[in-house]
Design a protein around this ligand. Structure first.
Ligand code: NDP
Ligand code: 2IT
Length: 444
């Protein structure tokens, strides 16, 4: 049995019932087969893959909090400090009822390679809780965040581990988490990113993942003789990533006709009104039915359906495995030319292969959504300098980083004879730097 197959088998055996983690490991290791097989004995002797798939540290803790009626609840908190070979652990916190250790490990594992691709000095980590922020009052959110940070603050710091947002964690949550960290540790430091501008945040961080996704798509299309201008685009999700993907897609001349949340989806024949979407989701924290109620050109449908709409470009920006093989077949039959992931692992392995086999340009999340964490690293740099850069400065850096990521990924794919396979390109390019750093630092 090959080394890659041995390690995949070991991961499945040692981490039972962690399907998403198995999926992420399989996807990465399958891509690396060509690199590993060039030098299998050496990689095996140094147990590189075993060290890569085992987190350096994995924390699990109790998070008790009191609701507005005086009822006590207990949630589970997690932080997986996966790999610090190239810098402090860096990665978001997800608050969603579906969170479990397998989900956090898949996200942390992906983050290692994504962060490597940014070219910045950040290692991989991820955390979160099965807490559901939906329908909670601001006071309940604060109570939960304070309790979560009371435990987490023992393990993080500006030079050790720097969490940020992800699903269910935005500016409000980061504020409460930061306040509690500072109160307990007495440190005003860049321990979290995604902070508000008034206490150390970076301009462009809010927009960064969505904008970065479009900078990546723009570069991918251009290098294949295409252009965003005039293209019909479908987006899923209606959160941080989706909103700013829609905004930048429109600025670049695309027409975005859909968005979705976990209850249903919108088809807007006139193109999504991004200001109305921001008001509904960011300010009023309402469902998409509220968007449809205020917009004549919008149809609201219950359930899942954005991938049924005929489009040139599809951007999954909600959650893992939201685009499966049937969706991929529908998109291809409808003439899609590019799919790029705003979310983490939104496309199943089968669907990804179908896109690649059918000549669809496919931007894997660890490359195409890296703009968020890259801008987080720029926030860390500003915090260390105790300076704040302008919007234009950060935005230009973000754009350059995304263009560089595309070209590094493209080059890695070409070097190994897999031209236009950006999945293989991203995994190889991300892996090479991490392995280099791991080898240089010895067996640690
Ligand atoms: P938000 O919480 O802001 O938004 C998430 C959106 O996805 C909401 O519209 C939500 O709907 C929808 N969604 C979440 N879970 C599900 C589900 N199980 N089924 C259907 N819809 C769902 O999160 P973000 O926009 O920050 O994150 C979106 C994705 O992007 C995630 O995969 C995240 O890991 C990834 N990502 C985020 C980055 C960031 O900087 N924020 C950076 C890189 C990747 P509802 O409100 O109904 O739950
Ligand atoms: O998945 C991701 O890259 C994020 N949620 C952002 C992480 C970060 O540290 O900004």
């Amino acid at each position: 049995m090959s080394y890659v197959d041995e390690v995949i088998e070991m991961v499945i055996k040692q981490n039972p019932a962690e399907d998403e983690f198995h999926q992420a490991v399989k996807e990465v290791l399958e891509s690396l087969r060509v690199v590993i097989e060039e030098n299998e004995e050496e990689f095996k002797k140094n147990a590189i893959l075993e060290r890569l798939v085992n987190p350096e540290r994995q924390l699990k803790f109790r998070v008790p909090w009191v609701d507005d009626n005086g009822q006590v609840h207990v949630n589970t908190g997690y932080r997986v400090q996966f790999n610090s070979a190239i810098g402090p652990y860096k990665g978001g916190l997800r608050f969603h009822p579906s969170v479990n250790i397998g989900i956090i490990k898949f996200l942390g594992f992906e983050q290692i390679f994504k962060n490597s691709l940014t070219g910045l000095a950040i290692g991989g980590g991820k955390g979160g809780s099965d807490f559901d922020p939906k329908g909670k009052s601001d006071r309940e959110i604060m109570a939960f965040c304070q309790s979560f940070m009371t435990e987490l603050c023992k393990y993080i710091g500006a030079d050790t581990d720097v969490p940020a947002g992800d699903i269910g964690v935005g500016g409000r949550e980061i504020g409460f988490l930061y306040g509690q960290y500072k109160r307990i540790r007495g440190l005003s430091e860049g321990v979290l990113t995604g902070k508000a501008l008034s206490y150390g945040g970076s301009l462009t961080r809010t927009e960064a993942t969505g904008y970065g996704l479009l900078y990546f798509v723009d570069e991918m299309l251009r290098s294949n003789g295409e252009d965003i201008k005039g293209k019909t685009i479908v987006v899923s999700g209606a959160g941080n990533v989706a909103i700013y993907a829609i905004e930048k897609a429109q600025q670049l001349g695309g027409k975005v006709v859909t968005c979705s949340d976990s209850s249903g989806w919108i088809y807007d024949s006139e193109g999504i009104d991004v200001n109305l979407l921001k008001e509904v989701k960011e300010q009023r924290r309402e469902r998409l039915t509220a968007y449809a109620a205020e917009r004549d050109s919008a149809e609201y449908h219950e359930g899942k359906g954005v991938w049924t709409i005929k489009c040139d470009i599809a951007l999954p920006c909600a959650t893992q495995n939201e685009l499966d093989i049937d969706d991929a077949k529908t998109l291809v039959a409808n003439g899609v030319i590019a799919v790029s992931e705003g979310a983490n692992m939104p496309t199943t392995i089968e669907a990804t292969e179908y896109f690649l086999d059918n000549g669809v340009l496919f931007g894997p999340g660890k490359a195409s959504n890296a703009g968020g964490v890259a801008t987080s690293a720029l926030e860390m740099a500003q915090n260390s300098q105790r300076l704040q850069w302008t919007f234009e400065e950060v935005d230009l850096k973000l754009k350059t980083i995304m263009q560089n990521i595309f070209h590094n990924v493209d080059d890695a794919a070409k070097n190994y004879g897999f031209e236009k396979n950006y999945v293989i390109g991203a995994n190889i390019a991300g892996f090479e730097k991490v392995v280099d750093a791991m080898n240089a630092q010895g067996i640690v």
